[in-house]
Design a protein. Structure first.
Length: 144
């Protein structure tokens, strides 16, 4: 399943829980403004990373071999700016809608990406760009 769908489906489960077991987050003031800013930052980060991959015709699918090692743009700060962006956008959406249950479920998504998806991607990058990827990996953190 594509990683963005894991975020979306988990969020929908959280929204369903919010509907049936209200958290009371709707009473928090300013959450919608903070949420909007987080959502915007996340969308920009994820979109910027995705655009660079598309421009250079390399894969965004975990497990497929990349045609190019991208180390510029948001990849100067994080080896996974698309995942960072999706996480921020997810939190932002929860803030905008004042929902707590999706936030409670978010660590499950982050753990899945961190322990299952990213190791597969990193193994493929080590195979395709052994020396270059190792140098990049020592310079740039996995998340932020």
């Amino acid at each position: 399943m594509p990683v963005p769908w894991v975020f979306v489906l988990t969020y929908l489960v959280g929204a369903g829980l919010e509907h049936f077991l209200p958290s009371g987050a709707e009473r928090l003031h300013g959450l919608d403004i903070a949420g909007g800013l987080l959502f915007l930052a996340g969308a920009v980060s994820a979109g910027w990373g995705w655009t660079i991959f598309r421009k250079h015709r390399t894969t965004t699918t975990p497990g497929q071999v990349s045609s190019k090692l991208v180390t510029w743009g948001p990849y100067r700060f994080s080896r996974n700016p698309m995942y960072v962006g999706l996480t921020l956008a997810y939190l932002g959406e929860a803030g905008l809608l004042k929902q707590a249950w999706p936030v409670v479920l978010l660590p499950l998504v982050v753990a899945y990406v961190h322990y299952i998806v990213i190791p597969v991607e990193e193994a493929r990058l080590r195979e395709a760009f052994p020396e270059e990827y190792e140098q990049y990996r020592t310079r740039v953190r996995r998340w932020v």
